[in-house]
Design a protein around this ligand. Sequence first.
Ligand SMILES: [Zn+2]
Length: 315
Amino acid sequence: IAMVTSVIRPLASQLRRQLVRVAKSHRISPVRTCNLTACSSKFVLSQMHPMWQEPLAVPGGDRQSPIDIAVRKSVFDSKLKPLITDYDPKTCQQIWNNGYSFLVEYDDTTDKSTLKGGPLEDKFRLCQFHFHWGECNSWGSEHTVDRKLFPAELHLVHWNADKYSLFEEAVVEDNGLAVLGVFLKIGKRHEGLQKLVDALPTIRHKGSVVEFTKFDPACLLPPNIDNYWTYHGSLTTPPLTESVTWIVMKQHIEVSHDQLAVFRSLLFTAAEEEVQKSMVNNFRETQPLRGRTVRSSFTPFLKDSGLDEVKEHSH
Ligand SMILES: [Zn+2]
């Protein structure tokens, strides 16, 4: 990583991203080979995404993500500050089908789109957002709340621009990343999301990239971003590095069934592949908490405003 970083630093961001993708896809990190029980989902091998089929480099740590958030075990922390998002839609550049999800990518060469506050001491730059979703509306999220699954989950990925100079550097470092998670529920059509949904048919196949500009990621946040859970965890896709401060919103957003159906019309596969596979169930299973504490910015037992109900769920 360090070598790649030093070589590509002077290049323009577009080219840089291309190179990093190539470097990432060929990277060998012989830390620990993942056993299938640790990394696999509830789906059988034949249905598993190729990303999880290769021998995986897992950091082997105690801080893996996603997790189940047990509401009553989360600890209210009065020192947690409100989050400050400052996003410039002009930094939005392109939308990319990476064969596992679709990524809306932002120019992160300057401090124009940032996240501060909350549990964070530094300023973090937005580099991309993406979603995870299921084949039907009964599952699809990565995090769960009292074992309750949501049909989809949004991840806004930021890296620590106070401590590091590139995403690729931050991703392997402690306190390198901050990911904002938002649950999606089925309900009303989401007007902000629709511009994105309209672009998806142009990136159906793996590897497709199209220009996508002026999209304000703030439109995908719930009305109240002051109520959240936070914990230390990892990326949920390889390289699974434990560099992430997770900030999971208590409030969800609503999207229509039809909008999520367009997500499901994307493909894991490239145009030239013989057997095409729908892009669904692109989430990782919840991982053990292993002694970590989930902190909340709100007191779980007080009566909440109607919007952010998280219903008790017997399992
Ligand atoms: Zn994600």
